[in-house]
Design a protein around this ligand. Structure first.
Ligand code: SAH
Ligand code: SF4
Length: 361
């Protein structure tokens, strides 16, 4: 059990309260630099580039800033982020980055090879998760905290470093450990930083945030940042969904779907409805038919995710024929359906298998 606990802070160890410049959007960084050090907007732009384009990890590296400014910055501010402990490579080429926060919490980010050398990166937003979905291994960890914007962004910056010229992260999905909308402000700041043209410069079309359905935050997200949205529906009745995803008792399927119908989707975009398939639980033809009715009129596509088992899990994966039959009912009703057989299972990197532990579980 002790293996599951992060390294505790040393007794009496001071918490670094200096502002974390890497967690700031370009606008916030420029304003901070002007207010605190009287520096020009141009310096703010330079600093942002050092942090997010050149991936500087110390002020000393920022050679086009004066020595005096670098010394002031080292005194008054810090550069947050993560340490990279290890990279695990699966048989199918999936890589899992094992990362550690300054407080010793372990988190994971997964690099999934797609077609034509493009990579999709799965990003974590929290250490643990408090939503408590019954099929998800991350739910077994207590929620320790939400990651800061710099800790979220740094997963992407580390991926760039690990991949070098070999490949490029084409898509980002916030589908790693945690519920992104339970860490709303930091997630939104990380999105703004990653989408900044002076930084990693991701287009909003290449980023997807996945949520279990935290309705009040969903209502804000669409207005704050126009990224793609994925929703973990995972059931076709409230009874089923409440048993699997406890927040369904607060925001039920009807409330969730009403919010999604009102979601300010950019033109030509669709919401991805994720559906984890659990053998004998939510995988019948009746479930598929109920889904067809529920999703009527919603601009969406459906992503079926056959359950990824973990030791002691109370669920099983349906047979491929059952998954296909379920998909066919949806396709016959003119829904676009994709089936996600997760990659990286042998290193515990598949959906729902992330628990921050270095051992493949
Ligand atoms: N908290 C967010 C994002 C992280 S989970 C959310 O729940 O949407 C990412 C996806 O993995 C979700 O669709 C979730 O339903 C799915 N998932 C969780 N555990 C799984 C498992 N063991 N097998 C397959 N998919 C799983
Ligand atoms: Fe949290 Fe998502 Fe796992 Fe549910 S599926 S426990 S919301 S990470």
């Amino acid at each position: 059990m002790s293996q599951r606990l992060p390294t505790p802070r040393e007794p009496g160890e001071a918490v670094d309260t200096r502002p974390d410049l890497k967690a700031m959007t370009r606008l916030a960084l420029t304003a901070w630099l002007a207010d605190h050090l009287g520096e020009s907007r141009f310096r703010g732009e330079q600093l942002f580039r050092w942090l997010h384009d050149k991936r500087a990890r110390s002020f000393a590296e920022m050679t086009n800033l004066s020595k005096r400014l670098r010394a002031r910055l080292s005194e008054d501010a810090r550069i947050g982020g993560l340490d990279l402990d290890d990279v695990r490579v699966a048989k199918d080429g999936t890589r899992k980055l094992l990362l550690r926060t300054a407080a010793g919490d372990r988190i994971e980010s997964v690099l999934i090879p797609m077609d034509e050398g493009r990579i999709t990166q799965c990003v974590s937003s929290q250490v643990g998760c408090k939503i408590g979905c019954k099929f998800c291994l991350t739910a077994r960890m207590p929620l320790r905290r939400g990651l800061s914007a710099s800790e979220i962004v740094d997963q992407v910056l580390w991926a760039r470093q690990v991949l070098g010229d070999e490949a490029r992260v084409a898509n980002l999905v916030y589908m790693g450990m945690g519920e992104p909308l339970d860490n709303y402000d930091n997630v939104v700041a990380s999105l703004r930083i990653l989408m900044d043209e002076r930084g990693a410069n991701f287009s909003s079309r290449r980023i997807t945030v996945s949520s279990s359905g935290v309705v009040p935050k969903l209502e804000r997200l669409g207005h704050d940042v126009p990224v793609n949205l994925a929703i973990s529906l995972n059931a076709s009745t409230d009874e089923q969904r409440s048993a699997l995803i406890p927040i369904n008792r607060v925001w039920n399927i009807e409330t969730l779907l009403r919010t999604l119908r009102a979601y300010p989707l950019p033109p030509r975009r669709r919401i991805t409805m994720e559906y984890v398939m659990l053998a004998g639980v939510n995988d019948t033809a009746d479930d598929a038919r109920r889904l067809v009715k529920l999703l009527k009129g919603l601009r969406c596509k459906v992503n079926l995710i056959p359950f990824n088992p973990w030791p002691g899990a109370p669920f099983g994966r349906p047979a491929p024929a059952a998954v296909d039959a379920f998909g066919k009912i949806l396709r016959d009703a003119r829904y676009t359906v994709t089936i996600r057989y997760s990659k990286g299972e042998d290193i515990g990197a598949a959906c729902g298998q992330l628990d921050g532990q270095p051992e493949a579980s």
